[in-house]
Design a protein around this ligand. Structure first.
Ligand code: NDP
Ligand code: 2IT
Length: 449
């Protein structure tokens, strides 16, 4: 084994030994570190200064109690977190997730991914992630507001426009960001609008931020296909999820001439051979906050199936996982490949297990990894911060154009790195190397940090 492969193995062992239960974090560290060995080999200095050991340790982790009262007057206590992973290239930046599954392993995996994703955008943002095991499902607006106010009453001391800038993620959308910002402003007594992104358009939000992750994913896919002389026109697309990322991925895929035949939530999926009617999905999910099962009750051509995993059994040219981590395991990957999928690109964070990715690569499927393909959301968050600092707002078209330019650059840089390091179709390696070099060199320049 080469010296640097050994070094990577030693660091992976260290991560496992320190936090044996943090499986999601271990997996994402493994995905990144095993692909950057060629860079370590040409820069032995990284090992000398223990750069990887530093990168896998968050700069700071805070956890806190979030007490709140539900509508019945009962007292509830949740756990809040913020993982400040790396601030080498800018203030910590990354979403907040409210979901009962949230724990430190999941937030450390998301924060680690975020560091490299943010580097890929070319914008000055470090990486962080936070959230709570609070479940917004079935809660009234007032309950969500009381929870958000309590959460921010603790979080405010750890964030700021030049320190750490949270945004949305699963379970945190425009409504939650509004409540969080309102409370932050009361406590700080200052209009620091760049402290949060994904804000409403009347108080410092950016046009296109709502659409950005889904649109960005499709701009990335467009680049992948264009490189092979192909396009989305006429393709059959399977999308999972029915949240923020999924909805705007479906919208842009349809605009590009594809037929999207599925969407899903954690209970099941709908298959609509006529193509998903997005107005119906938006009404159910964005307005009523209902279940996707309702779609089949309203659209006669659609079928509803219990169980979200079944979505990967639907025959398609392109699969876009846009729900959550580990939603495509090896078994689902094999079904997708056997059914003739040609391209998979990740809207969600780490939706494919390491075994699934390995299977795509062995089967020569075009693969757009999450940290590159879904970077459009955070990139547009950084554009929101810029507009807040300048105290002006760009038009939808201006932001959308910048977003498309950023996604094209991410694709080109990842592709160029993949080519340079001898595996031209391996965008996992290309994206990881392209992202790593920038963060590594910023850390080297800043001394022992
Ligand atoms: P939303 O909360 O808007 O939607 C999440 C969707 O995924 C819902 O349909 C939800 O179904 C489904 N889902 C959530 N958890 C599970 C689960 N355990 N099993 C099956 N389905 C599940 O979140 P987003 O659309 O914002 O986020 C989706 C993914 O995209 C996440 O991985 C997130 O980290 C990633 N992402 C988000 C970005 C953003 O800007 N929002 C940017 C980049 C990545 P249900 O309603 O039943 O829970
Ligand atoms: O995973 C992600 O990139 C996000 N949830 C968006 C983060 C952000 O700061 O906009």
């Amino acid at each position: 084994m080469s010296d640097m492969k050994q070094y990577v193995n030693d660091v992976l062992e260290l991560v496992k030994r320190r936090d044996p239960d943090q499986v999601e974090f271990q997996n994402t560290v493994k995905e990144v570190l095993t692909t950057i060995v060629p860079v370590l080999e040409s820069n032995p200095k990284y090992k000398e200064v223990k750069l990887l050991e530093r990168m896998v340790e968050p700069e700071r982790v805070v956890t806190f109690r979030v007490p709140w009262q539900d509508d019945k007057g009962e007292i509830q206590i949740n756990r809040g977190y913020r993982v400040q992973m790396n601030s080498a290239i800018g203030p910590y930046k990354g979403g907040l997730r409210f979901h009962p599954s949230v724990n430190l392993s999941i937030l450390k995996f998301l924060a680690f991914e975020q560091v490299f994703k943010n580097s890929l955008t070319g914008l000055p943002i470090g990486g962080g992630k936070g959230g709570s095991d609070f479940d917004p499902k079935g809660k009234s607006d007032n309950e969500v507001m009381r929870f958000c106010q309590s959460f921010m009453t603790e979080l405010y001391r750890h964030i700021g426009p030049h320190t750490d800038v949270p945004a949305g993620d699963i379970g945190v959308g425009g409504r939650e960001i509004g409540f969080l910002y309102g409370q932050y402003k009361r406590i700080r007594d200052a209009y620091d609008d760049a402290v949060l992104t994904g804000k409403g358009l009347t108080y410092g939000g950016s046009l296109t931020r709502t659409e950005a992750t889904g649109y960005g994913l499709l701009y990335f896919v467009k680049n992948m296909l264009a490189d092979k002389g192909d396009s989305l026109q006429g393709k059959t697309v399977v999308v999972s999820g029915a949240g923020n990322v999924a909805i705007y991925a479906i919208q842009k895929a349809q605009e590009f001439g594809a037929k999207v035949v599925t969407c899903s939530d954690s209970n099941g999926y709908v298959y609509d051979p006529n193509g998903i009617n997005l107005d119906v999905v938006k009404q159910i999910k964005e307005v009523e906050r209902g279940r996707i099962k309702e779609y089949a009750a309203r659209v006669p051509s659609a079928e509803y199936h219990e169980g979200c995993k079944g979505v990967w059994t639907v025959k398609c040219d392109i699969a876009l996982p846009c729900a959550t981590q580990s939603e495509i395991d090896l078994e689902s990957a094999k079904i997708l490949v056997n059914n003739g999928v040609k391209l998979i690109a990740e809207g969600a964070n780490m939706p494919s297990t390491l075994e699934a990715i390995d299977h795509y690569q062995k089967s020569k499927i075009m693969f757009g990894p999450a940290k590159a393909a879904n970077a459009g959301g955070v990139a547009t968050s950084a554009l929101e911060m810029s507009q807040n600092s300048m105290r002006l707002s760009w038009t939808f078209e201006e932001v959308d154009k910048k977003l498309e330019g950023i996604m094209t650059n991410i694709y080109k840089n990842a592709k160029a790195c993949a080519e340079k390091y001898g595996d031209p179709d391996n965008l996992v390696m290309g994206a990881n190397i392209s992202a790593f070099i920038k963060v590594a060199n910023a850390m080297m320049a800043q001394g022992l940090v």
